[in-house]
Design a protein around this ligand. Structure first.
Ligand code: CP
Length: 311
């Protein structure tokens, strides 16, 4: 059972809640990978995905998760909605809330937008990525993948490599993994590592080789060209050489290390094609697991309501 109405960040949830989400997702994965993707868990429930930024994986996996569980799913894109006519986030949120919506899934370029929405609606709000702040459902699917492949999270050494400064995925994984007893090291060029990261209880280095050495998991981060001011690294070729996930670097990790990336990937920039497609890569499986984790969250959040009892 989740204690809050909303899922806004990994900073806000307990290790027990994380365990319960991952255990529920394990059951949901059997549905996603079966030939009969239909359950009654969201019967009579309405899920709206509200995206102010582009998305393939997150938006579609929430929509499929809703449909696999017999919920009603609809999407609002900012560019084709009344947001383009100047409607505020709060007015938009209230409008969507009074349509009988049970869960609003919001992606927004501003940090804190889901928190603001959550304060103004009765529906549960799920943060599907807010600016450079958090992307909790991505961290949960990443943790699900690590737990499934490695048998647990406690004691794992997880190297997170790349554009840490702009990465909500990194931040959510740092909060979640440290809560679950994993040790996290982040690595990238100094210009892509904000000051104060050590205060989160992690190691920080500008030497990717040092981070990757002996790691159980190596997670590459997308270079977020859309959020970068010019000049944070000299060139694509140099970035790839000094900070990219290459076959030589992955060979420094443990033999059975997982290679992860939240996607979308920039081949030849933060990760080589050979590494992205290598047998240790879990990139495709992370996407599958994303559907299962989002099914679990939608079920658990709607189950909080008394009228959903018995599902
Ligand atoms: N990983 C992730 O959030 O991907 P999308 O931007 O495609 O949703």
């Amino acid at each position: 059972m989740l204690k809050n109405k909303d899922l806004l960040g990994m900073r806000d949830i307990t290790p027990e809640e994380i365990h319960e989400i991952l255990n529920t997702a394990e059951l949901m994965k059997t549905v996603v990978t079966s030939n009969n993707k239909k359950t009654p868990h969201l019967q009579g429930k309405s899920i709206l995905t509200v995206f102010y930024e582009n998305s393939t994986r997150t938006r579609l996996s929430f929509e499929l998760a809703s449909k696999y569980m017999s919920g009603v799913a609809a999407n609002m894109s900012a560019s084709t909605s009344s947001v383009a006519k100047g409607e505020t986030l709060i007015d938009t949120a209230r409008t969507l809330d009074v349509m009988g919506t049970d869960v609003l899934v919001l992606r927004h370029p501003m940090t804190g937008a889901p928190h603001l929405m959550a304060k103004n609606v009765k529906a549960s709000v799920i943060n599907a990525g807010d600016g450079t702040n958090e992307h909790p459902t991505q961290a949960l699917l990443d943790m699900f993948t690590m737990r499934e492949k490695k048998g647990g999270l406690k004691g794992l050494r997880v190297a997170i490599v790349g554009d840490v400064r702009h990465s909500r995925v990194a931040r959510s994984n740092i909060y979640g993994l440290t809560k679950m007893g994993a040790s996290v090291v982040v690595a990238g060029p100094d210009t892509l590592l904000q000051p104060g990261l050590e205060r989160l209880g992690i190691e920080v280095t500008d030497r990717v080789d040092d981070a990757v050495k002996g790691a159980d998991v190596v997670m590459g981060l997308r270079i977020q060209l859309e959020r970068q001011k010019k000049g944070l690294f000299p060139s694509v070729a140099e970035y790839h050489k000094y900070f990219g996930l290459t076959e030589e670097r992955i060979a420094m990790a443990k033999k059975d290390a997982l290679v992860m990336h939240p996607g979308p990937i920039n081949r030849g920039l933060e990760i080589s094609s050979a590494v992205a497609d290598c047998p240790q890569s879990t990139i495709d499986e992370q996407v599958t697991n994303g559907v299962a984790v989002r099914m679990a969250l939608l079920f658990m959040l709607t189950r909080r309501k008394p009228e959903a009892a018995g599902l």
